[in-house]
Design a protein around this ligand. Structure first.
Ligand code: FAD
Ligand code: MG
Length: 342
């Protein structure tokens, strides 16, 4: 009898505690934040763990938006910075914001200003945030005069970061819309790496509005497959990347957020040199790298630069790039070829 009871309790312990044997299965949770869809596929041993960790990850993203990145919420650091334009003493930044702005300025400088985190006034002028899913029949295009005027208060060269102090000219505004989702990926990655608990996810695929983090190894030993959208028909993929382990993948495309007026498409990625949607001959750029912010920063900048200069920029940051041009042709950096299947 004793032996029987021992067996029962041993089986129960194994079932509840996993005995190190319980198999991690993919569980998906979908939410929204940062005005976009967040999809989390977590490899966990039970649904309860999926709920716990996916909630914590959503909280991370919400905190990031409220405390750091939002240009609308008075609680965020970006909002506070934007209130202090022209402060001759400069603005003291948090350590996280110092790193973010420093990385953005590095990409901006290497990419001849194609990534411009001061482009906010031009973005607001085009009213890009209103394009998603709203009635745009009454939309009026900005005039050349208005664009010229808005451009006067842009240009990363106006910003100067000395240690953790940002010197910031009058009438300038910071807009981290081009890197926010990548910053979120990086936060999630750091969280997963540091998370404790027996049931923490060993592996995950998390998409923040199309910027994707792959983490850990798939239990079956296979590769993660990350689809590359066909810009001519965004409901289908033109191929996929096969990846093992941890990667950050961001795509910038003209099919994500746009408006059509008189049969002309105006999309949301602005060429800081003209103030108009970039026309570099490409419809989408996908960047593959280990770093969340860089993946997002480089995808926006490379879209503005086009295939040749965009590839050089990506490679300068040890990233790989895949471009789809206006005719549907695909171009890749050499290092990308091993991952892509059409
Ligand atoms: P990316 O190429 O990564 O970035 C393009 C975006 O960056 C543009 O939308 C513009 O904001 C900016 N940009 C354009 N050109 C440049 C350039 N040359 N250099 C630098 N920046 C440029 N969307 C909503 O509809 N509603 C929301 O409430 C909302 N809240 C958000 C809150 C946060 C904290 C963040 C980070 C984003 C939010 N968004 C929201 C989405 C945001 O407005 C952008 O549309 C989105 O980040 C674009 O991402 P992307 O990957 O499509 O394009
Ligand atoms: Mg981007």
């Amino acid at each position: 009898m004793k032996k029987f009871l021992f067996c029962i309790s041993f089986i129960m312990c194994c079932t509840l505690a996993g005995c190190g044997q319980a198999k991690a299965e993919p569980v998906t949770r979908i939410n929204t934040a940062m005005g976009t869809m967040i999809s989390q596929t977590l490899y966990v041993t039970d649904e309860e763990s999926a709920d716990i960790y996916s909630k914590e990850i959503m909280q991370l993203i919400t905190d990031l938006e409220e405390n750091l990145l939002s240009w609308r919420l008075a609680t965020s650091e970006v909002y506070t910075i934007n209130q202090q334009d022209g402060n001759p003493d400069g603005i003291i930044l948090s350590a996280q914001m110092t790193n973010i702005i420093s990385d953005c300025l590095a990409v901006s400088e290497a990419g001849d200003g194609a990534l411009d985190i001061t482009i906010g006034p031009v973005v607001r002028l085009w009213d890009i945030d209103k394009w998603s899913g709203q009635d745009t029949s009454a939309y009026v295009l900005p005039t050349e005069e208005q664009i010229k005027e808005a451009l006067e208060n842009t240009g990363c060269k106006g910003l100067s970061l000395e240690g953790n102090t940002l010197y910031f000219p009058d009438n300038m505004q910071i807009d981290l819309g081009a890197v926010g989702k990548g910053i979120a990926l990086q936060e999630i990655l750091d969280y997963l790496q540091e998370a404790e608990g027996q049931n923490k996810p060993d592996a995950a695929v998390i998409s923040v509005g199309g910027s994707v983090l792959t983490y850990g190894e798939k239990p079956d030993g296979g590769a993660w497959r990350v689809g590359i959208v066909n810009p001519a028909n965004p409901s289908e993929n033109i191929g996929f990347l096969s990846l093992k382990g941890q990667w950050c993948i961001s795509t910038s495309g003209d099919y994500e957020r746009y408006i059509e007026i008189n049969n002309k498409r105006y999309h949301h990625i602005i060429d800081p040199k003209t103030g108009y949607p970039a026309e570099s001959g490409v419809r989408s750029v996908t960047i593959l790298t280990k770093d969340g912010l860089l993946s997002d920063a480089l995808s926006t900048a490379s879209f503005v630069l086009g295939v040749e200069e965009g590839s050089k920029l990506a490679e300068a940051f040890d990233a790989e790039a895949l471009f789809i041009d206006n005719e549907g042709a695909i171009y890749m950096t050499d290092g990308m070829k091993q991952y892509f299947t059409k």
